[in-house]
Design a binder for this molecule. Structure first.
Ligand SMILES: Cc1cc2nc3c(=O)[nH]c(=O)nc-3n(C[C@H](O)[C@H](O)[C@H](O)COP(=O)(O)O)c2cc1C
Ligand code: SF4
Length: 410
């Protein structure tokens, strides 16, 4: 069941002297417009969580006027359970570099940034070396392969705030401001870094663009199913026998196979209760509803999302209330505090859950749903908007068990 031909995973790509840069050479040869068209035709969707079509983002950025343009590689990877970008940065940084170059070339940017999560010391070390080597080899800061295209790339180390993964907070952080989300519109495409048009792309998305443009991987865009093209890196964790990083083709594997074949099933003698399919900002999928092919649409249909690709298996040994408290604590700590509903709402949710646990009483699910709706409607960014997805989906699916439980074991 493991993906037979690998694209994103594979041999280490660390030696710049032996790396051929076939994708960027291909792009330079066919030109900007055709490069963007190829990315659009591939129907690649951003792998950072929101699933926005990469080709359309690039086209919009290429068309918009600006004094200068920027590309930012989002390597903040703060979603709990996600570790795919770390792998790409540490093991295949040349592919990431090539993706950044492609994006910059396609949209007409001559400056790019890579913003790496502060805790990723090894990735920062590896990528700094790659930038240094690329400068020495005249790959960066020079007339690339005599094409007239020149790119400056800087690395910025994040300071450990989850909200800085949001593209507008990340832009603020690069500018040296507090990591707080900006009101949208204007979107970064029109007014991003230093008020200039900016493309922000996830590490994995950029690696996918390098696959699309690589003459040796021409089949990449053919993989998958309609609306879900290519392959996806999955970060399997939780109560699994074989957690780890896997690459799968969209539509060719079911969630049940992901859990029981790739992940080796549930540890010990426990049963699976549910799967968190895309990190803790996504709604849970119950154990009896896993028999569907992995795709964007399948999760959407179930009111969830494949998010960042963090697939967390949760067995029945866990106390549901403890899980909810854990998630609620995360959002309470990570809210940037700009919007009152997100700042105060997440604190109130935590208070309600705590009181329920301590007093062994009934849970006021209506109040939780009311606060959840208010946050969803009034929050400025995705952190607030998705902060209740896990909790409300647990209540929706397991509400009865919560209402009458004292110690809440189902
Ligand atoms: C709270 C929050 C955290 C996010 N964290 C990340 C992250 O760590 N990496 C990432 O690529 N996108 C993250 N995103 C999504 C980005 O805002 C943005 O959509 C993404 O980087 C765009 O890249 P893509 O189109 O290639 O997916 C986050 C969004 C929110 C609201
Ligand atoms: S929704 Fe939350 S995290 Fe996002 S800007 Fe508002 S307070 Fe900050």
């Amino acid at each position: 069941m493991v993906q037979e031909k690998l694209y994103l995973k594979g041999d280490k790509l660390l030696d710049i002297s032996n790396y051929e840069f076939k994708s960027i050479k291909n792009a330079l040869q066919i030109g900007r417009e055709k490069t963007i068209q190829k990315i659009k035709d591939s129907d690649l969707k951003g792998r950072g969580g929101a699933g926005f079509p990469t080709g359309i983002k690039w086209e919009m950025a290429a068309d918009v006027e600006g004094k200068e343009k920027f590309v930012v590689c989002n390597a903040d990877e703060g979603e709990p359970g996600t570790f795919k970008d770390r792998y790409l940065l540490e093991e295949r940084p040349l592919k990431v570099l090539e993706g950044i170059m492609l994006a910059a070339y396609a949209v007409g940017a001559d400056k790019a940034y890579i913003y790496i999560r502060g805790e990723y010391s090894r990735a920062i070390e590896v990528f700094s070396e790659i930038i240094k080597a690329a400068r020495e080899k005249n790959i960066l800061n020079d007339n690339l392969f005599n094409s007239g295209f020149k790119l400056e790339l800087k690395l910025v180390r994040g300071a450990g705030a989850y909200v800085c993964g949001d593209e507008t907070s990340l832009i603020n952080s690069i500018e040296g401001k507090r990591g707080r989300s900006r009101i949208k519109p204007p979107y970064p495409i029109e007014k991003g870094l230093f008020k200039q048009p900016t493309v922000v792309n996830n590490v994995e998305s950029l690696c996918c663009t390098a696959e699309v443009m690589n003459p040796d991987s021409e089949d990449f865009s053919e993989l998958g199913t309609e609306g879900s093209r290519g392959t996806k890196l999955l970060c399997l964790s939780g109560d699994l026998n074989r957690p780890g990083l896997y690459e799968v083709e969209f539509g060719q594997i079911t969630l049940i196979e992901i859990i029981y074949d790739l992940g080796g099933g549930i540890k010990g003698s426990e049963d699976l209760r549910f799967v968190i399919p895309g990190g803790i900002s996504t709604a849970v999928i119950k154990a009896d509803d896993l028999d569907f092919p992995y795709s964007y649409q399948a999760f959407e249909k179930r009111g969830s999302s494949l998010g960042s690709g963090a697939v967390i298996a949760v067995s029945k040994k866990h106390d549901l209330l403890d899980l909810m408290l854990n998630v609620s604590r995360f959002y309470m700590d990570e809210t940037c505090g700009t919007c009152f509903p997100c700042r105060e709402g997440n604190r109130q949710i935590n208070k309600i859950l705590k009181a329920f646990k301590e007093e062994d009483g009934k849970i006021d699910t209506e109040l939780i749903s009311d606060i959840g709706n208010t946050i969803r409607l009034a929050a400025r960014c995705g952190l607030g908007q998705s902060s209740l997805n896990f909790i409300t989906s647990v209540i929706e699916n397991y509400g009865k068990e919560l209402k009458f439980g004292g110690k809440i074991y189902a």
